[in-house]
Ligand binder design. Sequence first.
Ligand SMILES: NC(=O)c1ccc[n+]([C@@H]2O[C@H](COP(=O)([O-])OP(=O)(O)OC[C@H]3O[C@@H](n4cnc5c(N)ncnc54)[C@H](O)[C@@H]3O)[C@@H](O)[C@H]2O)c1
Length: 339
Amino acid sequence: MKILVTGGLGFIGSHTVVELQNEGYDVVIIDNLSNSSVEVLDGITAITGKRPHFEKLDLKIKDDVKSFFNTHSDISGVIHFAASKAVGESVNNPLMYYENNINTLVYVLQELSQLNQQNFIFSSSCTVYGQADELPITENAPVKPAESPYGNTKQIGEEIIKDTCKVNEKLNCIALRYFNPIGAHPSAEIGELPIGVPQNLVPYITQTAIGMREQLSVFGGDYPTPDGTCIRDYIHVVDLAKAHVVALQRLLSGNNDSNFDFFNLGTGKGSSVLEAIQSFEKVSGKKLNYKVVDRRAGDVISAYADTNKANDVLGWKTELTLDDAMASAWKWEQKIRNK
Ligand SMILES: NC(=O)c1ccc[n+]([C@@H]2O[C@H](COP(=O)([O-])OP(=O)(O)OC[C@H]3O[C@@H](n4cnc5c(N)ncnc54)[C@H](O)[C@@H]3O)[C@@H](O)[C@H]2O)c1
C-alpha cells in the first residue's frame, strides 16, 4: 500500500517513514525542506535498505498539491506532519503560521476527499490542553484557549478535520496529540536537526554537552513540583513513530469506531526538567553545565498523558525509557558533530 507522508524528512516524519517501511508500506514523502535536509533520505535508506520516493513540494502551493494527487491517486493513506512548529516564531509571525499550518491542511484534505481511500492521520499536540485541571490528562480534558498562534493552528486543525468528517463519511481521520517527543533512532542514522538555537530541551542539552552552547538555562525552579522544575511527558520518537503505523492500520482495516477520533501519545509518566538532565548525565557520563533561571512566559507547570485510550483502543504502548531516549539523542548529537 502506498502511504503519503507529508513533512516526512522532518524529525517525527522520518522516524515514521522508517517504521512504515519496516512494516512493508510503500512510502511517498512530500517535504519542502524548510526545516529539514534531503540527506535524511540517506539515513532512512541506511536503516531500512529502501529509499522512499521523495517529492520536493511546497504544500502551500495549491496547484502543486492538486497535480501531486492527480499523479498519485492510488494512495491508501496520508500522515500529515508538515507544519511550522516554533512557538516563539509563531507569536512574532502569526500569519506565516496560519498560512503554513492551515492552508496546507485544507489543500491536502480537499485533494484527499477526491480519492477512493480517504485515511488521514494528523499531528496534533498536548498544547491543546494548556495547563489541564487534572493530571494525568485524558482525551476528555477540555481544550483550553491556545497560548500561541502555533497552538491555535493545532486546535483549528482538529476543528477543520472534525467539520469535514461530519459531511464526508468516506473520510476517516485520527488526530494524535503528542506529548514531548525526544530522542533519535538507535542507529543514529536519523534524529532531530534543529536549525538555529534549539527551542526544545533535549537538543539544547546535547548541544551544551558537546560544547556548542555554553550553558543550559532551566526556566523556573520554584514551580509547585517536587524539585521545583516543570514536569513533562517525554516520549521516545521511535515509540511515537510506531503509534502512527498502528493508528494508520486501524483506519486501513476499517476498525475505527467513528470517522474522527483522537488519542494522546505519551508515556503516562511525568519527568521534571532536572530528572531529564540527570538521565542525560547518567547515560552520557557527562556533567552538564546548567543554571536554574527565572520562569519563562507561557510554560505550563505540569503535563503528562493518561494513556489508557491509546493503550486499550489502539493496542499501543511505549516500550522505551527516558534513558533510552537520552542515550539515542546523545549518540545522534555526537554523530552529526563529527560529520
Ligand atoms: N516535535 C514536537 O515537539 C511536536 C510536538 C507536538 C506536535 N508536533 C507536530 O508534529 C509535526 C512534525 O513535527 P517535527 O518535530 O517532526 O517537525 P519538523 O520541523 O522536524 O518536520 C516538519 C517537516 O515539514 C516540512 N514542511 C513544513 N512546511 C511544509 C510545507 N509547506 N510543504 C512541505 N513540507 C513542509 C519541513 O521541512 C519539515 O521537514 C508538526 O506538525 C508539529 O507541529 C511536534
